[in-house]
Design a protein around this ligand. Structure first.
Ligand code: GSH
Length: 245
């Protein structure tokens, strides 16, 4: 059995957990690799909303083919999330559903479109980081240096300016939103590549501390949460094996 509860998702390869279907039924279920990739922002958003979830980790080609044969992958791709009686794919669609459902998507259309702009920017940045893990080892350092450079010159100055211009604690409407969650996720990812990257961004530094201390996020940042570590060789090999590329 591959399903894991929130508390049990400490290691992807730990002992199988006993599950109780009547309790688990209402929890969203995530199908993806045991690693960040495109699923990690979904994990962040659920965790920030205080929602427990289960995960099934794809380790074999057979698991992936079974999902396809069962007609559960609309375009033959993961992430796949089961929630509210629906089988959802497409990361961005899943994220916006969750943001709306958990009241993290602004109060009106104008706030919503700004949240969309900010999250699309951070998703672009995070996708480049995720993809760098699949580059040849000899190219990886250069790719990562260029990502850090882009974060410093394109993304972080934009967010620093937003915070400076309105002087508020959160990115939009002075209220915690999906955009804040993703910006923190992106900041932490870039810091893993270059620890002092925020040294020229005092407001982002304060933002990072503030958002990291929101209780649900603080919990997600603790060891043993469903948050995944940076990609390692095992993760890259698993994704390549399952998707055959
Ligand atoms: N636009 C999709 C892209 C999903 C995607 O590319 N997923 C990869 C794994 S991260 C996949 O399943 N690739 C298999 C394929 O495209 O055949 C999304 O954002 O969810």
């Amino acid at each position: 059995m591959l399903g894991r509860t929130w508390a049990a998702t400490i290691l992807c390869h730990g002992a199988p957990q006993e599950t109780r279907p009547e309790v688990m039924a209402s929890k969203p279920k995530l199908y993806y690799f045991c690693g960040r990739g495109r699923m990690e922002s979904i994990r962040w958003l659920l965790a920030a909303a205080g929602v427990e979830f289960e995960e099934e980790f794809l380790e074999t080609r057979e698991q992936y083919e079974k999902l396809q044969e069962d007609g559960r992958l609309l375009f033959g791709q993961v992430p796949l999330v089961e929630i509210d009686g629906m089988t959802l794919t497409q990361t961005r669609a899943i994220l916006s559903y969750l943001a709306a459902k958990y009241n993290l998507y602004g109060k009106d259309l104008k706030e919503r479109v700004r949240i969309d702009m900010y999250v699309d920017g951070t998703l672009d940045l995070m996708l480049t980081i995720a993809l760098a893990a699949f580059s040849a080892p000899e190219d990886r350092e250069k790719a990562q240096a260029s990502i850090v450079q882009k974060a410093k010159t394109r993304y972080f100055p934009a967010f620093e300016k937003i915070l400076k211009d309105h002087g508020e604690d959160y990115l939009i409407g002075n209220k915690f939103s999906w955009a804040d969650i993703q910006l923190l996720e992106a900041i932490l990812m870039v810091e893993e590549l270059d620890a002092p990257v925020l040294s020229d961004f005092p407001l982002l530094k304060a933002f990072k501390t503030r958002i990291s201390n929101i209780p649900t996020i603080k919990k997600f940042l603790q060891p043993g949460s469903p948050r995944k570590p940076p990609p390692d060789r095992h993760y890259v090999e698993t994704v390549r094996r399952v998707l055959q590329f």
